[in-house]
Each structure stands twice: as C-alpha cells, then as structure tokens.
Design a protein around this ligand. Structure first.
Ligand SMILES: NC(=O)c1ccc[n+]([C@@H]2O[C@H](COP(=O)([O-])OP(=O)(O)OC[C@H]3O[C@@H](n4cnc5c(N)ncnc54)[C@H](OP(=O)(O)O)[C@@H]3O)[C@@H](O)[C@H]2O)c1
Length: 174
C-alpha cells in the first residue's frame, strides 16, 4: 500500500487559519471527493473537528490522536501514523490518503510516496502550513491549471508529485 498526501496550499504553503480552510474552491472539493472516494482517509484530530466532527461519507475515516480513550462515531481512532497505515493496509487498500492537517503532513511527508496538491495562486495569512516540497526528493509528474472564474477567486493548479526513487547504483556493477 502506498501513502499519499492530499492538500490545498497557497503559494506560501498556508493551509489553514483558526482551524478552518482559507478559501472556497468548489472544483477542489470535487477533486478531493473523486480522489478519496471509497478509500481510507487519515487525519489529525483537529482536522476532524474542523469538519464539524463528522466523518467523510463513503470513506474509511482514520483519526490520529494522542488521547487514549478518545472516540468519534463512524471513525477508526489510532495513536500514530504507523498505526493508521497498518489499519488501512490490513483491509487490503492499495492507497491511503493523508488529508491533514499541518502536524500530520509534517510527519507523513517522510513516508509518503505521492502528493496530490492543489496549489492556489495567492499569498495567504495562515497559522498552519504544508511543509516545503523538496525538489531533490520529489518530482512533479502532472499539472493541470485553471484560471479564476465566477466560482473561484484564485487561479489554481492540480499537481501530482512522486517521491524520486534513488537509483541503486550498485546494480550497474552487477
Ligand atoms: N488546506 C488543506 O488541504 C487542509 C487539509 C486539512 C486541514 N487543513 C487545516 O489544517 C488545520 C488543522 O491542522 P493542525 O496542524 O492544527 O492539526 P491536525 O494535524 O489536523 O491535528 C493535530 C492533532 O493530531 C494529533 N497528532 C498530531 N501528531 C500526532 C502524533 N505524532 N501522534 C499522535 N497524534 C498526533 C493530536 O491530537 P490530540 O491533540 O487529540 O492528541 C494533535 O493535536 C485547520 O486549519 C484545517 O482547516 C487544511
């Protein structure tokens, strides 16, 4: 199973303020729903609460918290990202999606193999940020761009990044 990150971030990597999103982009919501539908979504307890403490329908909702005994109806509660990945892979999913927020992305960035990022063309004030994508480690494999329109205040780009697999140089000598 691979672990992927799904995020919408401004050009300065802001993703949230006061436990809320920074924009309303209906096409991004559709993209998010289509990408994650019927799959496991892994999120931090604060992101879950930012969505009104209701699980996303049609998906296996896995919530990460350090609080022992914390529960929420219709969700699987775990206490680490490793435990979250194990819960999804035991159910034979081929991909699981880490959907935020900032604290969880920071940990997941090291083990994820793919990033679906909606890059929003704006510099925003935020209190939560996505980690910088290290271009030594990640390569962008696709990008689809959209201009602002009556429903979207900002231009935005759907980008997919994959972690570069470091070549096994010893294989050249074998
Ligand atoms: N733009 C986007 O795509 C996007 C996506 C998602 C969220 N967001 C935004 O991001 C913000 C929320 O992000 P956040 O960073 O404040 O919170 P978060 O990552 O959603 O959740 C943080 C919580 O997760 C738990 N946690 C974190 N690391 C852990 C670990 N190593 N082991 C066990 N539990 C751990 C802790 O829960 P306990 O305190 O219960 O122990 C912690 O308080 C909101 O503004 C939201 O709107 C934006």
């Amino acid at each position: 199973m691979i672990l992927s990150l799904v995020v919408a971030a401004s050009t300065n990597n802001a993703i949230g303020l006061n436990n809320q999103l920074l924009w309303r982009l209906p096409n991004d919501m559709k993209f998010f729903k289509n990408t994650t539908w019927a799959m496991p979504v892994i999120m931090g307890r604060k992101t879950f609460e930012s969505m009104g403490s209701k699980p996303l329908q049609g998906r296996l909702n896995i919530i990460i918290t350090r609080q022992l005994g914390w529960k929420a109806e219709g969700t699987t509660v775990v206490h680490s990202l490793g435990e979250a990945a194990k819960a999804a892979s035991e159910l034979d999913y081929k991909e699981a999606f880490v959907i935020g927020g900032g604290e969880i992305y920071n940990v997941a960035m090291f083990v994820a193999e793919k990033i679906y990022i909606t890059r929003v063309d704006a510099v925003m004030d935020g209190d939560t940020f996505f980690p910088e994508i290290d271009t030594e480690e990640w390569i962008m494999i696709s990008e689809t761009s959209f201009l602002p329109d009556e429903k979207h205040l900002y231009a935005y780009h759907f980008q997919v990044w994959e972690k570069v697999k470091h070549k096994d140089i010893w294989s050249l000598f074998r």
